[in-house]
Design a protein around this ligand. Structure first.
Ligand SMILES: Nc1ncnc2c1ncn2[C@@H]1O[C@H](COP(=O)(O)OP(=O)(O)OP(=O)(O)O)[C@@H](O)[C@H]1O
Ligand code: SF4
Ligand SMILES: [Mg+2]
Length: 332
């Protein structure tokens, strides 16, 4: 693999068994990830968007090897880690971290901020002295724009924006190379959201981080991502450099998602409403999984799943109708 690749997946699948009856026999499976082949280059921020239930968080967690994949490969740097035991994964854990929507989920309410921040170091760097751990905590807390004297305080004493900064500090304390930020700014007020996005942008450059930035909000992803991948029912349906995706979408699902982003100029009739809910990932539609909601679907779309094909430089889309002229809210 080229040296500039941080993480790569090949035909990655994660299926959750659905058990039935008193014997709890495995009847069906939720196909949360259904063949994801993706590359994230060192130093880049890849945005990951899609409706609720499309599999975004499952992809983030599976890349972190929180649960083993059902099949396929995850290559981190130059090591395939997809079938590693926890013992073999240990040296990799320090190098990959997550930031969550709700920083409370990674902060123990009964622990001081300092204890919460230094906890990962006790596991990852057992030889480090207590004072060195505290120095490191002070360094990361200042990096995220907070003062070192908050280390003795408790999570409930902080506002949502401050807590998210603490969540980011906790992710940074092990000097990771790769971060999955899962809806990291989604719960914040718009003004605080902008501050935290600016902070993440500053940090990614300063710490030369690689990031998968998961969000259901296309407007947010435009501010931070270099490229964007669009997910639908466990598959990537389009991936392109951010500006290219926004100005020249090549998949009807991307067009529909973008039409739901409010802009000052948008008139009501220009909105494409996505009809109906996302189908169940237990039994996705045959052929192109988007066909039950696609305004351009033809009978042939039910026959086979469209492959992710080249549409331009670094631009790929999975649609049987490459001739479609799709609308963009910011087309130039
Ligand atoms: N542990 C699990 N067991 C069974 N099904 C699961 C599990 N985790 C996720 N799923 C299912 O996998 C699918 C994808 O879920 P996932 O949470 O990855 O979606 P998402 O894109 O992150 O959605 P959201 O925007 O709501 O966070 C959903 O149908 C979900 O119900
Ligand atoms: S393959 Fe057919 S159904 Fe699927 S997105 Fe393209 S036009 Fe729509
Ligand atoms: Mg999610």
């Amino acid at each position: 693999m080229p040296a500039d690749v941080m993480i790569e997946t090949v035909a990655l699948k994660k299926h959750f068994p659905v058990r039935k009856g008193i014997l709890q026999r495995e009847a069906k499976a939720v196909r949360a990830l259904d063949g994801i082949s993706l590359t994230i280059r060192r130093g880049e921020v890849l945005g990951l968007v899609g409706e609720s239930g499309s599999g975004k968080s499952t992809l983030g967690k599976t890349l972190m090897m929180q649960e083993p994949p059902t099949s396929g490969q995850i290559v981190f740097g130059d090591t395939e880690i997809s079938r590693f035991s926890e013992r073999l994964l240990k040296p990799f854990r320090r190098r990959m971290q997550m930031i969550f929507q709700d920083p409370f989920s990674s902060l123990n309410p009964r622990m001081s901020v300092g204890d919460s921040l230094t906890m990962p170091l006790r596991f990852q760097a057992p030889d480090m002295s207590a004072s060195a751990r505290l120095d490191k905590a002070r360094q990361v807390i200042e990096t995220v724009g907070l003062s070192g004297d908050i280390l003795e305080r408790f999570p409930h004493e902080f506002s949502g924006g401050q807590r998210q900064r603490i969540g980011i500090a906790r992710a940074l304390i092990t000097d990771p190379e790769f971060i999955v930020a899962d809806e990291a700014v989604s719960a914040l007020d718009v003004s605080v959201q902008a501050q935290v996005l600016n902070l993440l942008t500053e940090i990614r450059h300063r710490w030369q981080l690689t990031m998968l930035f998961v969000t259901h909000d296309l407007a947010v992803v435009g501010h931070i991502a270099d490229r964007v991948a669009v997910m639908y029912l466990g598959k990537i349906v389009e991936v392109a450099p951010t500006r290219e995706l926004f100005t020249r979408p090549r998949h009807p699902y991307t067009e529909a998602l973008m039409s739901a982003v409010p802009t000052p100029e948008r008139r009501a009739h220009q909105r494409i409403m996505l009809e109906g809910d996302i189908p169940s990932p237990i039994s996705p539609p045959s052929g192109c999984a988007f066909r039950t909601r696609c305004p351009y679907a033809k009978p042939a779309c039910a026959d086979s799943a469209p492959p992710l094909d080249v549409r331009g430089t670094g631009h790929y889309a999975a649609c049987h109708r490459p001739e479609l002229e799709l609308a963009s809210p910011i087309a130039t």
